[in-house]
Design a protein. Structure first.
Ligand SMILES: Nc1nc2c(ncn2[C@@H]2O[C@H](COP(=O)(O)OP(=O)(O)OP(=O)(O)O)[C@@H](O)[C@H]2O)c(=O)[nH]1
Ligand SMILES: [Mg+2]
Length: 329
């Protein structure tokens, strides 16, 4: 049964994806329901949306439990990926998050300034990545909630201070995390056959690489590292390599951006869908709505490795930057 959704549906859906409050979402789901033509082909979609509306309304009305304070360490995932900034005290974690995001954690010239994590959104090209400033890693006080926060992240940025003892910083932080079964992914082979370890991608940021005098320290630091760490010298103070850092984070998240278009219209280049590398046309359709996935016939793709508007099947693997027009029956 054809769905025949009007372009207005896709416009409202885009706004729904960008909505941040439940009030906005309720209004937009109502709007979606009002623009969908009422016939047999859209019955299921309308049913889904009605259920979604009921859920949103119930959530909005649920009384907040008195006295139940959400832990500051429980941070809802937002944007294209969740990246934790960890490291020993006073290395510049809060300064980095303050420089790259809209968050304003306290920065001070003494250790243990930060007690609670602070999330912020970092724009990377046309998407947003969540960066989380965290309290320092220290043997004296290992916060189990901090470890839990790290376990849920997609990527760990491990900051060390090039003007202090970066090698010791790295060794101690990694040893502490490994004792709690959080292991840099490139060390996976060492833990072969052992249960219960979590492997995460790590990027080491050698911070406070402010001027040419610190270059040499950076070279020595790299030489001391015997394994294949991904290391980037940065300076939050001078902004050195911060743009490269954003791009490196994007690459390490292993995601792609895909832009959608409605037949006969210009593509929506404003708000890409963010998918895992290796995702297919079917994955994109499923992300939009499960009805799309079921009814997907073929797609046209503008992007790398195809001619303009090439027809592809549902198992076609998408690339970063592709524009996709989904055709449903
Ligand atoms: N020279 C220099 N100083 C920096 C740089 N980045 C941060 N700092 C300074 O380092 C000090 C510590 O910065 P914070 O951001 O508070 O460090 P932190 O890692 O969050 O510290 P804790 O919250 O205590 O763990 C502050 O005085 C910052 O101004 C940098 O790139 N170069
Ligand atoms: Mg801090």
């Amino acid at each position: 049964m054809p769905t025949n959704l009007p372009p207005a549906y896709f416009e409202v859906q885009e706004r729904l994806r960008a909505a941040t409050t439940s009030a906005e979402r309720i209004e937009l789901v109502q709007e979606l329901l009002s623009v969908i033509p009422k016939h047999k082909g859209t019955e299921k979609l309308r049913g889904d949306l009605k259920r979604r509306l009921a859920r949103l309304r119930a959530q909005a009305q649920a009384p907040k439990k008195a006295g139940a304070r959400e832990s500051a360490f429980h941070i809802a995932r937002e944007g294209a990926g969740q990246v934790v900034v960890v490291g020993p005290p006073n290395v510049g974690k809060s300064a980095l998050v303050a420089a790259l995001t809209n968050a304003t954690p306290e920065v001070a010239d003494y250790p243990f300034t930060t007690w609670e994590p602070t999330p912020g959104m970092m724009p990377v090209e046309d998407i947003q990545v969540q960066l989380i400033d965290t309290p320092p890693l220290s043997r004296e006080h290992v916060e189990s909630e901090l470890l839990q926060l790290i376990r849920h992240a997609d990527l760990v940025l491990l900051l060390v201070d090039l003007q202090a003892d970066p090698f010791l910083h790295l060794e101690e932080a990694v040893a502490l995390l490994e004792e709690h079964r959080i292991v840099p992914r490139h060390r996976m082979a060492r833990f072969a056959g052992q249960q219960g370890y979590l492997f995460l991608p790590f990027l080491v940021l050698a911070n406070k690489c402010d001027d040419p005098s610190t270059e040499e320290d950076c070279t020595i630091f790299r030489q001391l590292l015997e394994e294949e760490w991904a290391v980037l010298p940065v300076s939050v103070t001078t902004g050195r390599n911060l743009d490269l850092l954003k791009r490196t984070v994007f690459d390490l998240l292993e995601i792609i951006r895909v832009y959608t278009k409605v037949p006969g219209r210009d593509p929506d280049m404003e708000s890409p869908f963010v998918l895992r590398k290796g995702s297919t046309v079917a994955d994109l359709a499923g992300r939009i709505h499960k009805d799309f996935l079921e009814k997907l016939k073929m797609a046209r793709v503008w992007g790398s490795g195809v001619f303009e508007g090439q027809a592809v099947q549902r198992d076609y693997v998408l690339h970063d930057g592709d524009i996709v027009e989904l055709h449903i029956s």
